[in-house]
Design a protein around this ligand. Sequence first.
Ligand SMILES: [Zn+2]
Length: 71
Amino acid sequence: MARQLIWIERQRFRGFGCSECAWVFISSSAPSGKSFDEMMRNFELQRDQEFTLHVCADHPNRQKQGNKNTD
Ligand SMILES: [Zn+2]
């Protein structure tokens, strides 16, 4: 099962996260750039990089989310 970068909306958090574990992307600093486009590019680069580098086993789900139909 391949993990995916997904958009997450919860009461306490809204942002990007991993489909297979509890990892979420929290930007450590405001994205830098001379223009909005450049800022977005830097933000996406940082996000994709951190997503690629994270290890799912380090961010276990507290309980399985019932996203999938099991029956
Ligand atoms: Zn993960």
